[in-house]
Write a protein that binds this ligand. Structure first.
Ligand SMILES: [Zn+2]
Length: 385
């Protein structure tokens, strides 16, 4: 993360000097509203504006104009009056996370899109984030903290909200998650409003509980539950999922799920986003994620391949056989990436099946005659003779 401290200091002093205000009387932000320049809220916005500019030039923002227009379209359907006030940034990062800055910058991680099964689930999460904006939750949290804690915690908070939009330093974001966390009441409120916005736009409310349920399963399986950035700032609970399910049943007609458009616009990215997840090396979590994606039936060639990769890289008892089965499942779909053959060759080699391994390597070179690693793979084939 960029070290923001030197730039922050003068602003912080300014903010510390502004009068203390209770968070109780904070009104919803109105469409088109910007805070008065002399307020503490204006200070928050200024910092977020800078963080946003840093993020825009960070190279992490996904350039896909169709997908970008799609995300912005959902936000505008959810909250038409606030459409002009919100900017959406899709950033290339594994893991489920979204954040909402008080100045209207909404950050959505690609790992979030990877885990949603359809547009309705995505719309609920975006609606939840919009609720934090409309209800001015960051400002309320800021004022509560200021009233109850020392200058140091205050400093941490300022760093956290400024850094929150930046991507790349997961450890720092995780450590700051606690400071950044919205209160349980804010979370409940955001769930309720997010659901109302999604249903108001015609989405099936039942999907809200489903995405929450899935995330809980993935978290339970994870090696390190604390690595869940979203949960660091959005504490999950069974109670929350149940409340969502109840709210959805109480208020829902059927509603649309928007599975087709969602799939069409995200399917081409799945292989790349799954590779990002694999780099986290949290194999148990990856197992839950790939099983989830296979159930949904999206891009099965890519998902089976990555499932094979997780077994190959983990290399525990029985993993070789599981890897081979997954690679064959990928190849059956006819959408498997060429690397499926190379990986298959490597595992078969380690299982001492030289002939099958050779055949897999040859298939790889036929599929990708100009592969960068051609010389190396030809060498493998010779060694296996
Ligand atoms: Zn939240």
């Amino acid at each position: 993360m960029v070290d923001l401290r030197p730039r922050l200091a003068p602003l912080l002093i300014g903010l510390l000097l502004t009068g203390c205000a209770a968070s109780g009387n904070v009104q919803d932000i109105q469409p088109g509203e910007r805070p008065d320049l002399e307020t503490d809220e204006a200070g928050l916005w200024m910092k977020m504006d800078r963080a946003e500019a840093d993020m825009r030039s960070s190279g992490k923002v996904v350039r896909d104009s169709q997908l970008q227009a799609y995300l912005e379209g959902i936000v505008c359907e959810l909250a038409p009056d606030y459409c002009q006030d919100i900017r959406v940034y899709l950033v290339r990062n594994p893991g489920f996370n979204a954040s909402m800055s008080p100045n209207g910058a909404m950050v959505v991680w690609t790992g979030l899109l990877l885990r949603c099964e359809n547009e309705a689930q995505l719309a609920f999460v975006l609606g939840h984030e919009l609720a934090h904006y409309i209800q001015r939750h960051s400002l309320k949290r800021w004022r509560d903290l200021r009233a109850t804690t020392s200058g140091m915690a205050f400093f941490q908070f300022a760093t956290a909200i400024t850094g929150f939009g930046l991507v790349g330093d997961l450890a720092t974001l995780g450590a700051l998650g606690g400071v950044m966390a919205f209160s349980r009441d804010h979370e409940r409120e955001a769930d309720r409003i997010g659901l109302r916005l999604a249903q108001g736009a015609g989405y099936s409310g039942a999907e809200a509980a489903k995405i929450w349920d899935y995330l809980q399963r993935e978290k339970d399986a994870a090696d390190d539950g604390d690595g869940f950035i979203f949960f660091a700032s959005h504490p999950p609970s069974d109670e929350r999922r149940d409340t969502l399910a109840e709210l959805a049943t109480a208020t829902a007609g059927e509603g649309r799920r928007g599975a087709e458009a969602f799939r069409r616009l995200t399917a081409g990215h799945r292989l790349a986003w799954l590779r990002d997840e694999l780099r986290l090396r949290d194999y148990a979590r990856m197992e839950v994620l790939t099983a989830h994606l296979l159930e949904a039936g999206d891009a099965p060639g890519a998902v089976h391949f990555l499932r094979g990769e997780l077994h190959r890289l983990r290399g525990e008892e029985g993993d070789d056989g599981k890897a081979v089965a997954a690679y064959y499942a990928a190849l059956k779909t006819r959408q498997a990436p060429a690397e499926t053959y190379r990986s298959l060759g490597l595992v078969l080699w380690s299982m001492e099946k030289p002939r099958e391994a050779q055949s897999a390597f040859r298939h790889y070179l036929r599929r990708r005659p100009k592969a960068d690693d051609r010389a190396m793979v030809e060498d493998y084939i010779n060694q296996l003779n």
